[in-house]
Write a protein that binds this ligand. Structure first.
Ligand code: CU
Length: 196
């Protein structure tokens, strides 16, 4: 084989490889959740039940502003941490009775506390000083998890090809998990109807 030919075939192989890598990037799962009653729709997460964790730990933030937790629902991956902020002029507390539970004490404006979530699951986010304050932190097994949008829509991107159980979490309602098969570059559509 001449040097020129082998270089040319090397370039062709590299091109083929980069093409297959782009293709292997994964597929998309999209769909819509219908909620009965509709008032709990915002408190819904769609996630892959058994998927390996993706990437390293990340840091997120949940603010306390105008006597509410913002965002109302935060979706993270097990091992991630959340910084709790306080932008109100009053003292707030941060605690959850769920799973391993935590209580980060009371802290005033512009102070913050951090917590690392080691176990997957849903955490009701409460403030002991203001019982009307309520938020949720959903700790998913992987980053293939998303809160639904205002219309109930969701999209999980870059899912490695394979067959999974697509599960749904809601603060009050439920629906069984569904099987979904993801192909490289493909889009699978899965809809849910959640009720009591
Ligand atoms: Cu408070």
């Amino acid at each position: 084989m001449s040097t020129r030919t082998s270089l040319r075939s090397l370039a062709a192989a590299a091109l083929a490889l980069s093409g297959s890598v782009a293709l292997a990037a994964g597929g998309t799962i999209t769909g819509k959740v219908e909620s009965t009653p509709a008032k709990f729709l915002a408190e819904t997460v769609v996630y892959l039940e058994k998927a390996p964790p993706t990437g390293g730990a990340q840091s997120h933030a949940m603010d306390q502003r105008n006597m509410t937790f913002e965002p109302h629902l935060l979706v993270i991956q097990a091992g991630d941490s959340v910084k709790f902020l306080n932008h109100d002029s009053v003292v707030h507390n941060v605690y959850s009775p769920d799973n391993e539970g935590y209580n980060l004490g009371a802290f005033k404006q512009n102070e913050e506390r951090s917590y690392t979530f080691s176990s997957a699951g849903s955490y009701t986010q409460l403030c002991s000083i203001h019982p009307e304050m309520l938020g949720f932190i959903f700790v998913a097994p992987s980053r293939h998890a998303a809160a639904v949008d205002k219309a109930g829509g969701f999209t999980l991107r870059d899912v490695p090809p394979g067959t999974y159980k697509l599960a749904i979490w809601n603060s009050h309602l439920k629906a069984p998990a569904k099987d979904v098969t993801v192909t490289a570059g493909g889009t699978a559509t899965v809809n849910f109807s959640i009720k009591r």
